[in-house]
Design a protein around this ligand. Structure first.
Ligand SMILES: [Zn+2]
Length: 465
């Protein structure tokens, strides 16, 4: 059993080691009573090579007992292999579903880095597919809401336990509760308090915590809380109807992990209920692979509908070859492809090139987009405006119908405040949000909970409690 050593320092120190104030490479070092753990090891979605990973070098002398993964989006997972090269003795814990998804996501990332290196003269890949084969056997999947003692490959940590809570958001996403002599720490990871189409809303600890590490993605977005899922769905169905009626197709760019599966299930249901026209729904890319793991884990993960299997839905793969040609553009259709932010050279980017100047078509956004991504330019474009999507794209006039719908997998800001209310933390540190988002949350938490100390995380700046 774990034994607490009387000589150990009683304190909690929190240090962000990845970028803060944006959706980047999430990673946090926590020292609790002399034990050290890392929460998440993310890779920045828009930076390459060592530029895009947390500054593990700055904490390389720390004796890290364990790395806990909140979920498998790459901004939380992508730098796990480099983290393990710095801290090879650390145990790696995550939810059972994440332990299945993590090797798949990391293999895909290794392939992507290799392509960027060979085709676009990108930096040398941080890791290879073979590296993932070698390390993934140590990924431990644990059941939700059970206390586990923390230990590394050499020793038990002193009186430190960890518990994973279902965070909604995506398959396997977890909030992480740590209990030590100095107090309790809850890290939300990315969290979605409200039900989605597939994933039910998050479950949170039922006792107060001392320190809450709170995501703030939608903290600057008042519109997210004003729109109910039902009213957004009605508007979404009507917008799809209008484009199809106009003989056009609808492009929905979506993240491969989470948003794709949620949208496939939702579109299928809307079509079954005749709320949208009976046209083909196409899907392609890595999201299709991920959908198989949603089905595989159906029986032991929380679902809104435990009988819904994605493979049973009538969804067509996009025909092979150039996505800019094909039946999906000749006949009114719905096309759900990656990337959600329309990164260059992806399917959604290529499709947008041909759909933008055509007044029949529609491009509908359903998730978060960073301001420096091509998708952001498209989402904020006005009809008639000239737009050049990227360096290798022609400048063209925007004629298609562009809209945005709030089906986010993140808690909106009133729900984030609800988490503070429920967990009654003494201190809150805000992570995973741009400055405007974290700033709004800080001020509102200060006003609503005057006894709570609130800080916005800064990379490399330790906060001691
Ligand atoms: Zn996420």
């Amino acid at each position: 059993m774990a034994v607490f050593h009387p000589g150990a320092t009683l304190s909690i120190t929190f240090t962000p080691i990845g970028t803060t104030n944006e959706i980047g490479d999430a990673s946090f070092l926590l020292n609790l009573d002399g034990n050290t753990v890392i929460l998440d090891a993310g890779m920045h979605p828009r930076k390459q090579g060592v530029e895009g990973i947390p500054n593990f070098q700055s904490v390389k002398d720390q004796d890290v007992d364990a790395i806990f993964l909140s979920h498998c989006h790459l901004d939380h997972l992508g730098a796990l292999p480099p983290a393990l090269s710095y801290f090879p003795q650390a145990s790696v814990l995550m939810s059972e579903a994440s332990a299945i998804l993590a090797p798949v996501m990391l293999q895909h990332t290794a392939g992507m880095m290799r392509r960027q290196h060979l085709d676009e003269s990108g930096p040398v890949p941080l890791y290879s597919r073979d590296d993932i084969d070698l390390i993934s056997y140590i990924f431990q999947g644990v059941r939700p809401e059970h206390d586990f003692p923390v230990f590394n490959l050499q020793k038990w940590a002193n009186d430190l336990t960890v518990q994973f809570y279902d965070a909604g958001h995506i398959l396997g996403a977890s909030g992480i509760l740590l209990k030590s002599k100095s107090g309790t720490v809850f890290y939300t990871g990315d969290t979605c308090a409200q039900d989605q189409e597939i994933m039910p809303g998050a479950v949170f600890p039922d006792k107060p915590v001392d320190l809450l590490i709170l995501e703030s993605t939608l903290g600057a977005d008042p519109s997210a809380e004003e729109k109910t899922r039902q009213s957004e769905e009605k508007r979404f169905a009507k917008a799809i109807y209008d484009v199809i009626d106009n003989q056009g197709s609808v492009l929905i760019p979506a993240f491969s992990l989470g948003r794709t599966q949620e949208m496939l299930a939702q579109l299928h249901r809307l079509r079954e209920q005749s709320q949208i026209p009976d046209v083909e729904i196409y899907s392609a890319g890595f999201g299709e692979v991920i959908s198989r793991y949603y089905d595989q884990t159906l029986r032991y993960t929380r679902r809104k509908n435990p009988d819904l299997r994605l493979e049973d839905l009538d969804i067509r793969p996009l025909p092979p070859g150039d996505v800019r040609r094909g039946p999906h553009l000749r006949k009114p259709s719905i096309i759900l492809v990656s990337s959600g932010m329309m990164a260059q050279h992806t399917m959604s980017y290529r499709l947008a090139e041909v759909m933008l100047p055509d007044p029949r078509h529609g491009i509908f956004f359903v998730g978060y987009i960073a301001p420096d991504m091509p998708g952001f330019q498209v989402r904020t474009a006005q009809k008639g405006q000239m737009l050049k999507l990227g360096p290798d794209s022609p400048e063209q006039q925007v004629q298609c119908h562009i809209d945005r719908f709030h089906f986010s997998a993140h808690s909106h800001r009133q729900h984030l405040l609800g988490i503070v209310e429920k967990l009654r933390p003494k201190r809150v540190v805000l992570v995973h949000g741009e400055l405007g988002a974290a700033g709004w949350l800080r001020e509102t938490i200060k006003n609503n909970f005057p006894k709570t100390d609130v800080t916005i995380a800064q990379q490399g700046t330790s906060i001691e409690y």
